[in-house]
Design a protein around this ligand. Structure first.
Ligand code: NAG
Ligand code: NAG
Length: 366
């Protein structure tokens, strides 16, 4: 036996024979609700918009190398969660096939979805802005329908769902986007916050009543740093911007929503002490790279989109990403923003890591 083989055997004796069994999976499934930050294909499959740009490249170009209906160049936060917990990527609800048991979870999120029902916006004459009617209650209805294919008795359902991670959002961002794009000021939107939160909390309560035990409820991103907002709400007033170049009033509004959400989650924890109700701090997880873009590889900064129709923030609503007049950057991982509203896979990956490894969920997920 040569020395090489001897050493190899020594190594094997030390490691190969004592391969520890894989650790038990923390979650057996992920059940996801929300909007375009989490949609893995429902909006596209819904056919709500016949020629949606997300159905074409460059959407999906980086990771999947084809459009999947995700509003990004690659994976979303929910995909990074699936990877981290050893689960397959979640199929969108509208792609599921009758007779198949989706034991590793399903994604109910729909791009453009609001927490409040579509009728609410129709009554406010904002209905024409809505991309979809698949609000949070519609998604909850889908979940209830699917549930009967996963388990039947209360005991069986409880056993199944206690090992599922429920991602309740991000949702609510569009409830504010539609009125903002319709001309409302961030201050005027504050009246909408209690209604949006009530819907998120009542949905989380229903899920707990249905058997959910571990829930992660994300807050809003620093929307004042998004290229679409920076373009649409451009102002010569220097005081309107913070030291990172983000719109103060819009970020302040996101923080207001987040603070109220955390408060509401506190009451929910008191009502359901057996459940682990976690707040996901998307805002501060994203703020980390906003404060220090270079450190996170965003050599092209965080305020301009990778894909868009030009201008200071590479956003032009008449030439948005995927449409005539827009161009895609050569290296999306050097940008935090993908298309003016949604983030790049690189940014979603950073946020997911910050949530899973900490400390941006409260209580901690691990
Ligand atoms: C939403 O529902 C209304 C009323 O049923 C319908 O007129 C509208 O086309 C729907 N919008 C979308 C985007 O599906
Ligand atoms: C936005 O795009 C449209 C369509 O390509 C173009 O006509 C317009 O000049 C662009 N606006 C700006 C500010 O670049």
């Amino acid at each position: 036996m040569t020395l090489f083989y001897f050493l190899l055997c020594m190594l094997c004796a030390a490691s190969c024979t004592k391969t520890p069994p894989p650790p038990p999976r923390k979650y057996n499934s992920i059940t996801s609700f929300g909007d375009s930050l989490a949609d893995t294909g429902n909006f596209l499959l819904s056919g709500a918009l016949p020629f949606s740009v997300v159905g074409n490249l460059p959407y999906g170009e980086t990771f999947f190398q084809r459009p999947t209906g995700r509003c990004s160049n690659g994976r979303l936060i929910v995909d990074f969660f699936a990877e981290a917990y050893g689960l397959p990527y979640l199929p969108p609800y509208l792609a599921i096939v009758d007779g198949v048991k989706y034991e590793n979870g399903v994604n109910f999120a729909v791009a453009g979805a609001t927490a409040l029902d579509a009728e609410f916006y129709a009554d406010k004459k904002l209905g024409h802005f809505l991309w979809t009617n698949s609000s949070l209650s519609v998604q909850l209805g889908w979940f209830k329908k699917l549930k009967s294919t996963l388990c039947t008795t209360r005991q069986e359902c409880d056993n199944y769902f206690k090992k599922s991670l429920f991602l309740v959002g991000e949702i609510g961002g569009n409830d504010y986007n539609y009125p903002l794009f319709g001309g409302a000021s961030p201050k005027e939107l504050e009246a909408l916050v209690p209604l949006v939160l009530e819907k998120i909390i009542s949905t989380a309560s229903t899920l707990i009543e249905e058997g959910a035990v571990e829930l992660l409820v994300p807050g809003n991103l620093p929307i004042g740093c998004l290229p679409a907002y920076l373009t649409l709400f451009l102002t010569p007033e220097k005081a309107a911007y913070d030291r990172n170049g983000c719109l103060r009033a819009h970020n302040a509004f996101a923080k207001f929503h987040n603070k109220q959400l955390q408060f509401a989650l506190g009451s929910l924890r008191a009502k359901y002490p057996h459940a682990k109700i976690m707040y996901a701090d998307y805002y501060n997880a994203a703020k980390k790279y906003v404060h220090n873009p270079l450190h996170h590889g965003f050599t092209n900064g965080v305020l301009a989109a990778c894909c868009g129709g030009g201008g200071s923030f590479n956003f032009n609503s008449s030439a948005s990403c995927g449409r005539t007049g827009s161009k895609t950057c050569t290296n999306p991982s050097t940008y935090a923003n993908w298309d003016g509203i949604h983030l790049t896979e690189a940014a979603y990956g950073l946020i997911a890591k910050a949530l899973i490894r900490g400390p941006f969920t409260s209580p901690r997920i691990q």
